[in-house]
Ligand binder design. Structure first.
Ligand code: DAK
Length: 257
């Protein structure tokens, strides 16, 4: 499938979707989001792919939702906006999604990165929720995911005062997995993606589900979900394969079953 606003390619078992609106610092409009989610869903459905990456370019992961497209919006037009619906599609991706972030990850761009499972940042990455400067506030998870990541006090500063986090600050607060030189951020994300894509697919999928449940549930329910998913993995071919491979000192050959 060909796209107008994103580029896609694969590297081994990793599927990469690159937002490609460089003149607008990758501002996210309905078309970009539609194409991005369509590409992610296609990778998600492809058995040859084990891990997904969303990236931008060196200058911008994404500088937010397209302000020019939102300027005249009304509550009802926002409610009915095709752009808004796209965001929920990301939550349904079952394979791990890594954001490879360089430059600006602002507003909806920051929210998009935080909605991914992991973030690899370049040294130039800047994370922020500057919506307050536009007379609005985050609307795609910024108040919730940022607060969970960095804590209430700093989240208040980021959201209420438009403070940006540098890549190293973001790493310090646990928002990003690691920070690497600009020329390496995509390679590093692909390397991590390749490693995860080599693991047992069903176990990876259920483990992702269990970790994400942390944000939806209390400890006892989360532990109970984890236990059930753990038991369920003993019905997979890959559990038998993984344990047999360990015992017989050979590499496992995952079937994804
Ligand atoms: N939208 C549209 N165009 C943008 C843009 C944006 N967010 N950010 C940058 N651009 C465009 C600029 O207008 C400029 O275009 P031309 O004037 O050349 O045509 C071009 O990109 C280069 O930008 P600058 O000339 O401004 O470049 P600088 O290096 O001087 O500044 C900057 C870079 C990133 C600091 C600056 O561009 C900036 O402040 N941009 C806006 C950042 C921002 O406020 N982001 C938050 C937007 S609100 C939701 C989903 C999503 C959202 C909400 C709800 N639901 C699911 C409910 C998200 C909302 C937002 O993200």
């Amino acid at each position: 499938m060909s796209y107008d606003h994103i580029l896609t390619h694969t590297d081994g078992r990793v599927g990469i979707a690159q937002i490609n609106r460089p003149k607008a610092l990758n501002a996210l409009n309905a078309d970009v989001m539609m194409e991005l989610m369509t590409a992610l869903e296609a990778f998600n459905a492809d058995e040859a792919i084990g891990c997904l990456i969303i990236t931008g370019n060196e200058r911008a992961f994404a500088a937010g939702a397209d302000i020019k497209a939102m300027a005249e919006a009304t509550p009802v037009s926002m409610l009915n906006s095709p752009m808004i619906d796209q965001w929920d599609r990301l939550q349904k991706i079952t394979k791990p999604v890594i954001a490879a972030v360089s430059g600006y990850a602002l507003g909806g761009g920051c929210e998009l990165a935080m909605a991914c499972d992991m973030i690899i940042a370049s040294e130039s990455a800047q994370f922020g929720q500057p919506e307050i400067n536009l007379g609005v506030m985050p609307g795609a998870g910024g108040t919730q995911r940022m607060t969970r990541a960095v804590g209430k006090a700093l989240a208040m500063e980021i959201v209420l005062n438009g403070r940006f986090l540098s890549a190293h600050e973001a790493q310090h607060y646990g928002l990003v997995n690691r920070v690497v030189p600009v020329e390496l951020y995509l390679d590093e994300a692909i390397k991590l993606g390749q490693q995860i894509a080599e693991r047992a697919p069903v176990a990876v999928r259920l483990a992702k589900e269990a970790i994400n449940a942390v944000f939806e549930t209390n400890l006892q329910s989360g532990l109970s979900l984890e236990r059930r998913l753990f038991y369920m993995l003993f019905a997979t071919v890959d559990q038998k394969e993984g344990m047999d491979a360990f015992i017989n000192k050979r590499p496992p050959d995952w079937k994804g079953e």
